[in-house]
Write a protein that binds this ligand. Structure first.
Ligand SMILES: Cc1ncc(C[n+]2csc(CCOP(=O)(O)OP(=O)(O)O)c2C)c(N)n1
Ligand SMILES: [Mg+2]
Length: 659
């Protein structure tokens, strides 16, 4: 063992990376070869983990924000002995079905904490993990929660706009367990970073309240000194690691040629000579592998001691329950009781207000539900009594002021969900969900059950005008796979929507909520959650249907009024409330057929038509938006754009050949 040097260990990462990328004929060798030394020091001397217990709750989190350098992470997981990270998987890098996907994907391979690849988002997600760690620590103490979040970020991560939001929030909250190792190789795809940036990153991070350290990223002593110092900080830490991209490839290192293409057989051979690595591809000599395996077992004793502390703790049960990050039966019962009350009281409220009323029940019923807003707390109505703000140095609160940082909020929400210990939601205007779309997509891709409280969901918001009035956003969100978009029509549907969101285990939920007041549509209580069926018949005429009107959210009222008008003319109209297309699609065919019926269909939604043809067919009629909105009172806008009961009724009559 003693004869194995850190240099040998780092070279094992370099060799595995260049060989796997060469074999796959695809991948990014520059980053793993450049950061191999930093990663070796981190994983052998600092990172708290136990390769045999990949999901130990108090492990340090390691986030490869520079996700293109996936072979760095895969090499580390194999070398330290993660069971799933076999040498065969490394040989199979980037092939269909391999756990070792092109970029690290959460859920494919133990040890991958987060899906990365979209630059900057790993760093932004890590901020949420580091925040969750402090929040969990505030609840359970140092004995049970005491870990760091380490991030490797490249030049690209620091160039992306989301990094600004991330470092600002982390600096403000004084997340001192967050340590970012910057792979400062001054190269990106287009060449030297100087072609596109003149940023002084030290000053930038310092201005955001971070501590900044530096090291020579190829000098193990220098790295070790910097990491040791980084662990003792009252602020988050940036470690500027000066590195050479593709280190070890004699003709290509230091250039963008190593960034994103196999080195080529000749250069791989030359690198073997340069590095003093005479072994065949995919072969790591026993003594070097053993040294790595020892590093992978280094944390076992610490984990066992932690388990003993947990077993002895009076908080054990609560800790483990929170860790599940699931809604409790008590919470779901409380929500159902609340629904019963709403059906009796029939409040006329905006669904954003109904959401706040539901949140009062939720927050009261389960301690580990936390939420926040991107500076629209009193518009989104995301805060309720009993929620104290999370503050720098005091993380006992349940409400997170994300600031005007939607993208970071979305990424931090993902980080909180990935960390585990909490259920979490965040709010902004529906229109600004676009600013966080990259995070929403990653939530859906990773299967994270976060909840978005998107208020001001249509032209109904009125005077703020077309900059604030979403028309295309529902369609855009519905286009994301593994995503539920729920647009409830009244207070009961809103409570049901929250129940769906809270019970979701692997799908994010976007609640689209109105600014304007809406009358009660559901005036009879059922224990059954009708929103969970996606769509249901709200009004069925006696003696069969002449026409079916489909609507969501605030337009359900319009559909009901249209049905009344049609009834006066002897036309029998059914009304289907359709709060969630995705859930409806999951229902049995006969249920769907019964809800949709055989009669001609009209749909009404204050948004663009895209997607509605699936439900109304080629012959159906759509009443909605065909342009951006306009500034004016909401009620007038509905008339101006023709989204009225009269027009719905007229469309129905035209369909029936009666107009
Ligand atoms: C949001 C986003 N934009 C663009 C890309 C495509 N891309 C992948 S790596 C890269 C350059 C990254 O440079 P750097 O972080 O310095 O990595 P290095 O070349 O040093 O490995 C780009 C533009 C991406 N993955 N994500
Ligand atoms: Mg770079």
């Amino acid at each position: 063992m003693s004869e194995v040097s850190l240099k040998d260990m780092a070279n094992a990462i370099r060799a595995l990376s260049m060989d796997a990328i060469q074999k796959a004929n695809s991948g990014h060798p520059g980053m793993p070869m450049g950061m191999a030394d930093v990663a070796t020091v981190l994983w052998t001397k600092f990172l708290k983990f136990d390769a045999r217990a990949p999901w130990w709750a108090d492990r340090d989190r390691f986030v490869l924000s520079a996700g293109h350098g996936s072979m760095l992470l895969y090499s580390l997981l194999y070398l330290t002995g993660f069971e799933q990270a076999t040498i065969d998987e490394i040989r199979n890098f980037r092939q269909l079905g391999s756990r070792m996907a092109g970029h690290p994907e959460y859920g494919h391979l133990d040890g991958v904490e987060v899906t990365t690849g979209p630059l900057g988002t790993g760093l932004a997600t890590a901020v949420g993990m580091a925040l969750a760690e402090r929040m969990q620590n505030a609840r359970y103490g140092d004995d049970l929660v005491d870990h760091y979040t380490w991030v490797i970020a490249g030049d690209g991560c620091l160039m992306e706009g989301v990094s600004h939001e991330a470092i600002d929030l982390a600096g403000h909250l004084k997340l001192n367990r967050l340590i970012v190792l910057w792979d400062n190789n001054a190269i990106t795809i287009d060449g030297a970073t100087s072609v596109a940036t003149s940023m002084d990153q030290h000053k930038r991070f310092e201005a955001a309240g971070w501590k900044v350290l530096s090291c020579d990223g190829h000098d193990h002593a220098s790295i070790e000194a910097a990491l040791a110092e980084a662990k003792n900080s009252d602020r988050p830490v940036l470690v500027d690691c000066k590195t050479i991209i593709g280190f070890g490839a004699p003709n290509k290192q230091g250039t963008e040629a190593t960034h994103g293409a196999p080195l080529g057989e000749d250069e791989v051979k030359a690198a073997r000579e340069q590095l003093g690595w005479p072994y065949p591809p995919f072969e790591v000599p026993k003594n070097i592998l053993n040294a790595w395996r020892e590093a992978g077992a280094r944390g076992a004793a610490e984990r066992e001691a932690w388990e003993q502390r947990l077993n002895a703790s009076p908080k054990k049960e609560a800790f483990l329950r929170d860790l599940e990050s699931k809604a409790t039966p008590d919470l779901m019962n409380a929500l159902n009781d609340f629904k019963k009350q709403l059906a009796e009281e029939k409040p006329k409220v905006a669904t954003r207000k109904a959401s706040q009323m539901a949140l009062e029940v939720i927050i009261g019923a389960q301690e580990n539900v936390v939420g926040g807003s991107a500076d629209l707390t009193h518009s989104n109505l995301t805060i309720v009594k009993g929620m104290e703000p999370v503050k720098p140095g005091d993380y006992s609160g349940r409400y997170i002021h994300y600031g005007i940082r939607e993208f970071e909020m979305g990424c931090a929400m993902n980080g909180i969900a990935l960390h585990k210990g909490f259920l979490n939601y965040g709010g902004t205007f529906l229109i600004f969900s676009d600013f966080m779309r990259g995070a929403i997509r990653l939530a859906a891709l990773q299967g994270l059950p976060v909840t978005y409280v998107f208020t001001h969901d249509s032209i109904g918001l009125g005077e703020d005008g077309p900059t604030h009035q979403p028309v295309e956003i529902l369609a855009a969100l519905r286009a994301i796979p593994n995503m539920r978009v729920i647009r409830p029509a009244d207070a009961v549907e809103t409570a049901e929507a929250w129940a769906v969101a809270l019970e979701s285990e692997s799908t994010p939920t976007a609640l689209a909520l109105s600014r304007q007041g809406l009358p009660a549509m559901r005036t009879e209580h059922t224990d059954e959650n009708l929103v969970a069926k996606g769509a249901y018949v709200l009004r069925e005429p006696d003696g069969g249907r002449d026409v079916t009107i489909l609507a969501t959210g605030s337009e359900v009222e319009i559909a009901m009024n249209a049905a009344d008008m049609l009834a006066e003319k002897g036309v029998k109209a059914a009304v289907v409330s359709m709060p969630c297309w995705e859930l409806f699609e999951e229902q049995a065919d006969d249920y769907k057929a019964a809800v949709l019926g055989d009669a001609p269909r009209v749909a009404v939604e204050a948004a663009v038509e895209q997607g509605w043809r699936k439900w109304i067919g080629e012959a159906g009629r759509f009443i909605g938006m065909h342009s951006f909105g306009a500034s004016g009172p909401g009620g007038e806008l509905y008339k101006h754009f023709g989204i009225t009961a009269e027009n719905v009724a007229k469309a129905a009559e035209e369909l029936l050949g009666k107009a």
